[in-house]
Design a protein around this ligand. Structure first.
Ligand code: S3P
Length: 441
């Protein structure tokens, strides 16, 4: 595939039905859980992307049997802490924050050291958020300035902890949950709510987990050292990937799109609630429960005039990966939009707050950016006619895909570099755009 994408034409009106790539969070969690189960597990519709492949390669390095065919991926687990590998094995997590955080919990009891590495973007990210609790469990870590490479050495003497997870990070919470899975006794986590796929999977596996929802926190208790058996799982579509097509439809003329079979877990649907509040026409239909997760089809129609939003803080973790798209929508909406307490966006695959404010300024939108807020002065009449380049953005897959959506709805002549970054989460992104009539080359 070409690394530079050229978009010189806006997309014409479309009325279609599509599917998008499978859920990345669930795919990685399934693989890590299957590797610790006893017996064979199969995943149907496992996401075929670089992040998930990094997880499968990591497990193979730990001696886990992983096979794949056209229909499913199969992992033959040998149980908790059953890995066979040499001391100081190097695992390259490439671009995957989720893999790099969650695998530390999987290795909690493995006394042979593992050295975790990542690509340029992951190597800039902060690991202090997991290093602190890992050390409390008794796991040894070694790194420079809390960045990758991170050497991690598990222990046979894990102790259960009580921990306050105050960032609202599902990666941190899930790292703790995976540690707790390997730790005898009861681990208690008081967490600012974030995506709860790991908790749902634990429930699906009938592991002893209890969750109490309080006003601002989830209180999670888990009794560890409980073995479970292999399990089959079907992965629905990823709402974060569908989000590009939701916004593309909303900002296109006279268009309608049905996106099939998407995981609409409430901890992920902030984008839908925010866009609806902005007056967007979006409906969830055919809602059903599948393997402990809600799945639905998303029906989006363009045509309604969109208005600005003052985004409530509670929406932040439910929308964390979709903010770039929300900001783009605000740029094309009437009024001034406000986003507060969004400093976490600076800790993603790129500094997404900086990227967003530079991007919006580049397309002629007035913004005010502080260390953890953004104010956007919308312009519903916004149309572009110049030359635009998206370059040096840390190869952030979501920044790349949002830029393509912007190019397709705003006009102008765009060159988007490093477009292979989409392979992290959504390798068919360009072919799906083309299936709606987008002209890209
Ligand atoms: C993820 C959690 C989020 C999200 C990431 C995937 C997960 O990160 O941004 O893309 O699968 O747990 P944080 O939990 O650090 O916010």
């Amino acid at each position: 595939m070409l690394k530079i994408i050229n978009i010189n034409k806006t997309i014409k009106s479309f009325k279609k039905k599509i599917s998008v790539s499978s859920d990345k969070s669930l795919s990685i969690r399934w693989a890590l859980l299957a590797a610790q189960a006893v017996g064979k597990s199969r995943a149907y519709n496992l996401l075929n992307s670089e992040d998930v492949n990094s997880a499968l390669i990591a497990l193979k390095k730990l001696g886990v049997e992983v096979t794949k065919n056209k229909k499913y991926c199969e992992i033959n687990g040998k149980g908790l802490n059953s890995f066979l590998y040499n001391n100081n094995t190097v695992i390259n997590c490439q671009n995957s924050g989720t893999l790099s955080r969650l695998i530390c919990g999987v290795l909690a009891k493995s006394t042979k050291s593992v050295i975790l590495k990542g690509d340029q973007s992951l190597s800039k990210r902060d690991f202090s958020r997991i290093i602190r609790p890992l050390n409390l469990f008794g796991i040894k870590t070694k790194s420079k300035k809390n960045k990758l490479p991170l050497k991690i050495t598990g222990t046979n003497f894990l102790r259960p902890i009580e921990y306050d997870e105050l960032i609202g990070s599902a990666q941190v919470k899930s790292c703790l949950l995976f540690c707790a899975l390997n730790t005898p006794g009861i681990t208690k986590i008081r967490a600012v709510p974030s995506r709860d796929h790991t908790e749902r999977l634990f429930k699906f596996l009938k592991l002893p987990i209890k969750i109490k929802r309080e006003k601002k926190f989830d209180i999670i208790k888990i009794k560890g050292d409980n073995q479970y058996n292999g399990f089959n799982y079907k992965i629905p579509g990823d709402i974060s990937s569908s989000a590009f097509f939701i916004v593309l439809t909303l900002l296109s003329k006279n268009s309608k799109l049905l996106i099939k079979n998407i995981n609409v877990n409430k901890s992920r649907t902030g984008i839908i609630d925010i866009l609806k509040k902005m007056n967007a026409d979006i409906k969830l239909i055919n809602k059903k429960m599948y393997n402990g997760e809600y799945v639905a089809d998303i029906l989006v129609k363009s045509g309604k005039s969109l208005k600005s939003i003052n985004c409530a803080r509670e929406m932040n973790s439910r929308t964390i990966d979709e903010f770039l798209l929300i900001f783009l929508t605000c740029a094309k909406s009437k009024g001034i939009s406000y986003f507060n307490h969004i400093g976490e966006l600076r800790h993603k695959e790129s500094d997404r707050l900086k990227f967003a404010s530079n991007f919006l300024k580049m397309i002629g939108i007035k913004v005010k950016e502080t260390s953890n807020s953004l104010k956007i002065y919308g312009n519903p009449k916004l149309k572009l006619n110049g030359n635009y380049k998206i370059k040096n953005y840390n190869k952030d897959h979501r920044a790349c895909m949002m830029s393509c959506v912007a190019a397709l709805v705003l006009g102008g002549r765009w060159k988007i570099y490093d477009s292979d970054s989409i392979n992290t989460s959504f390798p068919q992104f360009f072919s799906k755009l083309k299936s709606l009539g987008a002209k890209i080359n």
